[in-house]
Write a protein that binds this ligand. Structure first.
Ligand code: PLP
Length: 335
C-alpha cells in the first residue's frame, strides 16, 4: 500500500531509532534533559528566535501559543480555513475562552493587511477587543500554499500597528521556506511566535517546537504544563527530532514528486488538479471523493477526503519515484 494520506505517516529511520536509544536524558520538567535542551537550542537557531520549547504536537503548540497571547473573553483573528480554527476541536474556545473571528483569505489563504484592520475591534463597554492574529504557512486546507515572506510580513506589520501580537502556525513552515528558496528565519522574523512541526515532512516520530522571545517562551512553558504537556525523559523523542531538523533540504524532493503526481492526475478523466506549491496535492473529483478514495485503496494507494469532491494526496520521505509511478497507475485504474 502506498500511503499518501499525510506526511505524518513516515516511520523513524534506523538513525533516529539509534539516536533515541543512545540519547542522554533527564527530567525535562526540571529543565534537566540535555537532549531536549539541545533540540530547543538548535530549533531556536534555525528559526532565528531567542528561545524554543519542545511540545508533543502541533495542536498543543498552537493552543499554548493562543493561550499565552490572549486573555479570556477576547477575540482572535484567523483565516476561515485555518487549522487552529477548523481542525483543533474548537480549542480556541475550550482552552483559552477566546472567540475566533474569521477572515476569508481566498483560494490561497492569504490575509491582507486591510483585512486585519477590518477584523480588528477595539475593546469598549460592549466589545471584547482583539487579542491575537494567527497566520498559517504553508496553508494546509488551501492545498499547501506557500505564502511569501512579504505577505506574512505585511499582515504582521499591520497587526503590530494595532498593538496585536502575531502567531504563525508553521506546521509545514520548512516546506514554505523551500518553496520560496529562503531561510525559515526570514519568514519567522516579523511574527511574535511560531509553531513548527518536526513530525511532518521532516520525519520525526513525535514532536513540534514553539519558538519566540525568551520571556514569551517561559510563559508558554507554564501553559504547556497546564495543558498536560510537561514531559519527563523527553530526550527519547527529542533525539530523533534533532535528526529530523537536519532533513530540511530534502523537502524539495517531496515537492518535485508532488508536482509530477499532480500533473499526471490532472490528465486523468474526472480529476482536476492545480499545480501544487509544496507537498500537498488536492484533486477535485467528478465522483464523490469518498467513493474514489475507496477505489484507490483497493488499487493500492491511500489519500484522504478533504471535501465532498476533494481528495488530498501528500508526498513524504517514505515514498520514492517508483511509488509515485505506482500511485499514478493506481489512481488511474480507480478513476
Ligand atoms: C498538522 C497541522 C497542525 C497540527 O499538528 P499535529 O502535530 O497533528 O497536532 C497544525 N497546523 C497545521 C497547519 C497542520 O497542518
Amino acid at each position: 500500500m502506498i500511503d499518501l494520506r499525510s506526511d505524518t505517516v513516515t516511520l523513524p529511520s534506523d538513525e533516529m531509532r539509534t539516536a533515541a536509544r543512545d540519547a542522554p536524558v533527564g527530567d525535562d520538567v526540571y529543565h534537566e534533559d540535555p537532549t531536549v535542551n539541545e533540540l530547543q537550542r538548535r530549533a531556536a537557531a534555525v528559526l532565528g528566535t531567542e528561545a524554543a520549547l519542545f511540545v508533543p504536537s502541533g495542536t498543543m503548540g498552537n493552543q499554548v501559543a493562543i493561550r499565552t497571547h490572549t486573555e479570556r473573553g477576547q477575540e482572535l483573528l484567523c483565516e476561515r480555513e485555518s487549522h487552529v480554527y477548523k481542525w483543533e476541536l474548537g480549542g480556541i474556545v475550550q482552552h483559552s475562552g477566546v472567540q475566533p473571528r474569521t477572515i476569508d483569505g481566498g483560494e490561497r489563504g492569504v490575509i491582507a493587511p486591510e483585512q486585519v484592520r477590518e477584523g480588528y475591534i477595539e475593546e469598549d463597554l460592549h466589545r471584547p477587543g482583539t487579542g491575537l492574529l494567527t497566520l498559517e504557512n504553508t496553508h494546509n486546507s488551501r492545498g499547501g500554499r506557500a505564502i511569501a515572506p512579504e505577505r506574512i510580513a505585511a499582515a504582521a506589520e499591520t497587526a503590530h500597528e494595532l498593538g496585536l501580537p502575531v502567531h504563525l502556525d508553521g506546521a509545514r513552515l520548512f516546506n514554505a521556506a523551500v518553496a520560496h528558496d529562503v531561510e525559515v528565519r526570514e519568514i519567522v522574523e516579523p511574527v511574535d511566535m511560531v509553531l513548527a512541526c518536526l513530525s511532518k515532512g521532516l520525519g520525526a516520530p513525535v514532536g513540534s517546537v514553539l519558538a519566540g522571545p525568551e520571556e514569551t517562551i517561559e510563559a508558554a512553558r507554564r501553559h504547556r504544563k497546564l495543558f498536560g504537556g510537561g514531559m519527563r525523559q523527553a530526550g527519547m523523542i527529542a533525539a530523533p527530532a534533532i535528526r529530523a531538523l537536519e532533513n530540511r533540504d530534502r523537502l524539495g524532493e517531496d515537492h518535485r514528486r508532488a508536482d509530477r503526481l499532480a500533473a499526471a492526475l490532472d490528465r486523468i478523466d474526472g480529476l482536476s488538479v492545480e499545480p501544487p506549491e509544496t507537498n500537498i496535492v488536492l484533486a477535485e473529483t467528478d465522483r464523490p471523493a469518498e467513493a474514489l478514495l475507496a477505489d484507490c485503496e483497493s488499487e493500492g494507494v491511500q489519500g484522504v477526503q478533504f471535501g465532498e469532491h476533494t481528495a488530498r494526496f501528500c508526498t513524504h520521505w517514505d515514498v520514492d519515484d517508483e511509488d509515485i509511478d505506482a500511485a499514478i497507475a493506481a489512481v488511474e485504474r480507480a478513476a
